[in-house]
Write a protein that binds this ligand. Structure first.
Ligand code: URA
Length: 332
């Protein structure tokens, strides 16, 4: 760690200890947690917050059969799935949604990793896709998301509050049950108070639009309004440096509270910081993508951050494949 980073982390530790005590006393966290736990209890989803576990992805073209076998957790389903996603076989691979990321020249095909995974042990039931159920979740979540956002905007738990212009809680809704989680606000997000509105954000918006245009999830409109978009850190790290471990530890309860109240059907981790936090293990995106994890009542997948796609357009094809996997898993 560089000297400025050490100083910043030391200052963050001191500020965090002081502010956690102040905040706990003020009772803000109690209220948020009560709401989150109540929402999960209403949904019959009372397992404690934790890390995601990998499960086999659904095989294109055989969702019902795989879902049945997945439910019983038999080994043959694992082997089946391991060859399914990204292997270039099966009906979905024969007629994939067109690669149109996103009105730009098509980069050369990269081979996607084979999907592997271990069956998870205890399962929280998956959050619903039914539009009426989602509408209820959306309605109930709204005031709680607003309270979380207000707390985030007033947050002084780490040193980032001293350098931010404004905090960036999140945008969108629980309607579709799809949540995209990025890393931290950049300069434009810090200025506007909204996540993913800079260059990387424009690409994410185009990805979501492309999913909608391709009808990847029939009957579920996809836009910045129907998905939820947020970050691991709610405040911009100076000079867009990487989030520090203590900042992630201090800020991530807000994300977990948002996820608890949103009851997503599927979470898409954009980049390493979201993936490592929510999957609960360290790894590369190349190693983590192509698998389906579980986080509470949600499936969880990992893909490249849009900023990485801007730096390396070769990532766009795997991202599009991941969005197709997201759509399949959402529907299974
Ligand atoms: N990168 C992120 O991870 N989040 C944003 O909001 C913008 C860029």
């Amino acid at each position: 760690m560089s000297e400025p980073e050490s100083r910043s982390e030391a200052a963050a530790i001191a500020a965090a200890v002081r502010r956690v005590v102040e905040r706990e006393v003020a009772g803000g966290r109690d209220e948020l947690l009560v709401h989150a736990v109540a929402a999960r209890a209403r949904a019959g989803n009372v397992a404690p917050a934790g890390s995601a576990e990998p499960t086999p992805p659904a095989r294109p073209g055989a969702p019902a059969a795989l879902a049945r076998r997945e439910a019983s957790g038999v080994r043959e389903a694992l082997a089946d799935a391991a060859g399914g996603v990204g292997s270039g076989t099966g009906p979905a691979a024969a007629s994939p949604a067109p690669f149109n990321l996103f009105g730009e020249p098509e980069p050369p095909a990269a081979s996607a990793p084979a999907a592997v995974g271990e069956p998870s042990a205890a399962r929280v039931p998956l959050a619903p896709v039914d539009p009426a159920a989602r509408a209820t979740i959306e309605r109930d979540a709204l005031p709680v998301l607003e309270r979380i956002a207000a707390t985030v905007r007033a947050c002084t738990q780490c040193g980032l509050c001293e350098t931010r212009t404004q905090a960036v809680p999140g945008v969108g809704s629980a309607r579709s049950g799809i949540v995209f989680v990025g890393e931290a606000p950049g300069a434009e997000e810090d200025r506007r108070g909204e996540p993913f509105v800079g260059r990387a954000g424009e690409l994410l918006t185009r990805i979501i639009q492309a999913m909608d245009d391709a009808g990847l999830i029939p009957g579920v409109p996809l836009s910045r309004e129907t998905v939820y978009i947020c970050n691991v850190l709610k405040c911009r790290p100076p000079d867009n440096r990487n989030p520090l471990p203590l900042e992630i530890e201090t800020c991530s309860p807000y994300l977990r509270e948002q996820l608890a109240i949103l009851q997503p059907r599927i979470i898409c981790c954009l980049g390493k910081f979201a993936a490592e936090l929510l999957v609960g293990v360290k790894g590369t995106i190349a190693g983590m993508r192509g698998k389906v994890y579980r986080y509470q009542g949600a499936k969880l997948i990992v893909t490249y951050h849009p900023a990485a796609c801007l730096r390396n357009p070769g990532y766009k094809r795997p991202v599009w494949e991941d969005m197709q996997m997201l759509a399949r898993e959402y529907q299974n």
